[in-house]
Design a binder for this molecule. Structure first.
Ligand code: ASP
Length: 584
């Protein structure tokens, strides 16, 4: 038997018990006649005590133990004289009477402690050592729990977990596919699923009624901190439902997860239309933990001789409560922030509402009475700071969104322990792409138009809203889905609007359209970004921490060193030859 107990288990009530523990040497402290070794496993740390007076030979043996050696120890549980209140086993120690080295270890490249000296790259390369750190392991424990709670809720509500294939045909979700060459079908490729979208719809045609899957998806996109080329979704689909049914069902899931994982009761999740979200927050995923919504000053700030405003499509202001005491330096810093190329504003206008009245950066053009109107429009009071951007409406909304979030963080309004979920609904169905001179589906081509908009599909497709919804939590898009088209002729029309010829549509999606001819039920669904959900629950911005073996921001697995080249033999087998062309 390797162990009778784990390293996180023993308490005062176990004193005098003979035990066997196995684990890793986390560290040791040598006091001459006395040596202490911390033994670590997944469950915690237990102190082992070696005393010269009790067993000199064993003490010498203990001193030889290197960091991360795997050992087995036999001994008796004793009460510690010097208790450690920071760990659950801190009241006891093991008076060892036998050590067995099960395996030795090289000196690890970084210290396996909370405050490790290892940089990100090194920890990624030795991820199996990083995973020995408690905080890292805890994140994966959270992930396990959230997966369990998800399965629990969905199973209880009649959803069946069904696996769908990983080697498939391209699904058009808007991103690039990862492809896999087929040896048996020369010159042909599988694609890895960007999501199981078409399969879950086919499961509805098959009559499965309620499906879910916690599933890996793959998208070959440029990476950011919160993106991974392979990620996990909680993917769901239901039949004989309308939008309201879906929102209710998954509001239930969200509430269940918050209750079980965070002990938080979420009351009703508010809803906001895409149009309102863009108008008031300049984002389709607004962080509603705080206000600071947009105010449009066009009526009151144009025609006063200030050319920049006069030539703008929109003049947008936000009111930063209590920020009138911002120094010139702080305001300059905000100006530099919005002028960064990624944000692209030309400048920032400000107006302070101080004790002694209103003062702005454009006093030359605007009288106190004018500024008073700004203040009224923004519901600003003494002590507040109004910040204004102007220009093309869409661009200005986007810039102001960035500034609002930046200021929200600066003013401490984005507390990670506060959760404000929101449904964003009524997205436009289509997005016009100037470069390609064609429409793209904003969600995906299987999304149904809002029932009342179907008649506008021919006359004014750009004005049609989709029967789609996103779940946003704290400004992060956590999930999204839609009511689907289940009628072949509407689906064909949609493909036509998206620029597919009937032949192309048949070639790419014939399998789905054919299935729609065999009694497809009305259906709808949603998918949640599981890694993202976990990182939100963990109060972190990075999904990488919640993935056991993540890739870096170049899409590389630093540990196994992938991607990598393959042998000529493999290439031959696949009938592939490779020519690398210089993209520059
Ligand atoms: N398949 C969609 C996605 O991955 C979600 C859905 O419509 O259910 O975004």
């Amino acid at each position: 038997m390797f162990r009778t107990h784990t390293c996180g288990e023993l308490r005062l009530s176990d004193v005098n018990t003979e035990v066997i523990l196995s684990g890793w040497v986390a560290g040791s402290r040598d006091f001459g006649s006395l040596t202490f070794v911390d033994l670590r496993d997944r469950y915690g740390i237990t102190q082992l005590a070696f005393n010269e007076e009790i067993n000199k030979e064993l003490l010498l043996q203990a001193r030889e133990l290197g960091r991360e050696y795997v050992i087995q120890v036999k001994g008796k549980v004793a009460e510690r004289s010097n208790k450690n209140t920071k760990i659950p086993t801190g009241d006891i120690e093991i008076i060892a009477n036998e050590i067995k080295v099960l395996n030795v270890s090289k000196i690890p490249p970084f210290t396996i402690e909370e405050n490790t000296d290892g940089g990100e790259d090194l920890r990624m390369q030795y991820r199996y050592l990083d995973l020995r750190r408690e905080s890292v392991r805890k994140k994966l424990e959270l992930r396990h729990r959230v997966a369990q709670f998800t399965r629990e809720y969905l199973s209880k509500n009649g959803f069946l977990e069904v696996e769908t294939p990983v080697l498939i045909k391209s699904t058009p979700e808007g991103a690039r596919d990862f492809v896999v060459p087929s040896r048996m079908n020369e010159g042909e490729f599988y694609a890895l699923p960007q999501s199981p979208q078409t399969f879950k719809q086919l499961l509805m045609v098959a009559g499965f009624d309620k499906y879910f899957q916690i599933v890996k998806c793959f998208r070959d996109e440029d990476l950011r901190a919160d993106r991974q080329p392979e990620f996990t979704q909680i993917d769901c689909e239901m039949s004989f439902v309308e939008r309201e049914d879906v929102l209710q069902t998954f509001e239930g899931l969200v509430k269940h997860l918050f209750k079980e994982e965070k002990g938080l009761e979420i009351t009703q999740i508010p809803r906001m239309s895409y149009a309102d979200a863009m108008y008031n927050y300049g984002s389709d995923k607004p962080d509603i933990r705080f206000g600071m919504t947009f105010h449009y000053l066009d009526d009151i700030a144009k025609g006063k001789g200030f050319g920049i405003f006069d030539n703008s499509q929109s003049i947008i202001a936000i009111c930063a409560k209590g920020a009138a005491n911002y120094t010139r330096k702080q305001i300059d810093e905000l100006t530099d922030y919005v002028k960064r190329p990624q944000i692209g504003a030309k400048g920032l206008i400000w107006c302070r509402y101080a004790e002694d009245g209103l003062k702005s950066s454009v006093d030359k053009f605007f009288s106190t009475t004018d500024l008073q109107k700004w203040a009224e429009k923004c519901s600003a009071q003494v002590g507040d700071l109004i910040l204004v951007l102007s220009g093309d409406t869409t661009a200005t909304q986007k810039q102001m969104n960035e500034l609002r979030l930046y200021l929200g963080t600066q003013l401490g309004l984005r507390d990670n322990s506060v959760y404000s979920p929101l449904w964003v609904i009524d997205f436009p169905l289509l997005e016009w792409d100037e470069e390609a001179q064609r429409f793209f589906a904003m969600h995906h081509p299987f999304t149904s138009p809002n029932p009342e908009d179907i008649s506008k599909l021919d006359s004014n497709p750009a004005s049609v809203n989709a029967n789609a919804y996103d779940l946003v939590i704290n400004g992060v898009e956590v999930g999204g889905g839609s009511v689907r088209i289940f009628d072949k002729s509407l689906q064909s029309k949609m493909f036509k609007i998206l620029g597919f010829t009937p032949d192309e549509a048949q070639k790419q999606f014939g399998f789905l359209m054919n299935a729609f001819e065999y009694g497809a039920p009305p259906h709808a669904g949603i998918a949640f970004g599981f890694d993202r959900l976990c990182s939100l629950f963990g109060g972190s911005d990075s999904i990488r921490d919640y993935i056991a073996f993540p890739k870096n921001n170049k899409g590389r697995d630093m540990m196994i060193d992938a991607p990598s080249t393959i042998s000529q033999e493999q290439l031959n087998e696949l009938s592939l030859s490779i020519t690398i062309t210089d993209k520059k």
